[in-house]
Design a protein around this ligand. Structure first.
Ligand code: C5P
Length: 218
């Protein structure tokens, strides 16, 4: 039997992209397979945590041993996460769309022959990590991700304080790395203690290490 250092602890994990409707058939989204977030949910559950996984639209299977809540948009994701409080641990892995269409159309927007595309007015989405990081019911341990293509460490350090996270898992998702959609990840753990460089690992290994690191904090 594996030891269960997180027995009795509740964890919330967000994973996958969000879809922000333009009209009933079109949406804006980020690229995200959900592989890393789902793996983290599974790893926390293996260590005994009671895990709620709030997932945007993904095509991968539900991980074993976790409660899955499926959502589409950032607004829905925030509501699902808030409803899952209180929790001891929250890990925000989802690639949330930063913007949504200010007034999504209830009807499919028609192409008008001879006219250009309809302009889309965007408005900012809620920042779920930042909201929970500063929430009156803030979980004891809040972990965020920072996927960047440049200035990876400085961006992660800025996010720590701004978002109220205990640590930020930073990775370089430049297309050449193959991280997005792939099975491997190379991350750095950025906290007030400094920067920890992890080797190139499978997403499952990153998840296990992160779950172990979280268990150490309790
Ligand atoms: O600011 P940025 O999007 O780079 O921050 C990434 C981190 O913040 C990730 O942990 C992501 O899940 C979280 N996030 C969020 N809600 C948003 C935007 C990002 O929870 N609207």
């Amino acid at each position: 039997d594996t030891p269960k250092p997180l027995a009795g602890k509740r964890a919330i994990v967000t994973s996958g992209p969000t879809h922000e409707p333009i009209d009933p058939v079109r949406y804006i989204a980020n690229r995200s397979s959900g592989k890393q977030g789902h793996a983290i949910a599974a790893s926390l559950a293996r260590l005994g945590a009671e895990v709620t996984l709030v997932s945007g639209p993904v095509t991968i299977p539900d991980p074993a041993g976790v409660t899955v809540i499926r959502v589409e948009s950032a607004a829905d994701m925030l509501e699902a996460v808030t409803s899952a409080l209180p929790a001891d641990i929250a890990v925000f892995v989802a690639a949330v769309a930063d913007w949504r269409v200010a007034a999504a159309s209830g009807e499919k927007i028609k192409k008008q022959p001879g006219e250009g595309p309809a302009p889309l007015e965007l408005t900012e989405n809620p920042d779920i990590l930042k909201t929970i990081g500063h929430h009156e019911n803030r979980p004891k341990l809040v972990v965020g991700f920072a996927a960047e293509t440049s200035d990876v460490i400085s961006s992660a350090q800025a996010k720590l304080a701004r978002k109220g996270a205990d640590f930020i898992v930073a990775n370089d998702v430049s297309p050449a790395t193959g991280i997005m959609g792939g099975d491997r990840n190379r991350v750095r753990i950025v906290s007030s203690d400094g920067v920890e460089d992890w080797p190139d690992l499978s997403k499952a290994e990153v998840a296990d290490r992160l779950a172990a690191r979280i268990a150490e904090a309790f």
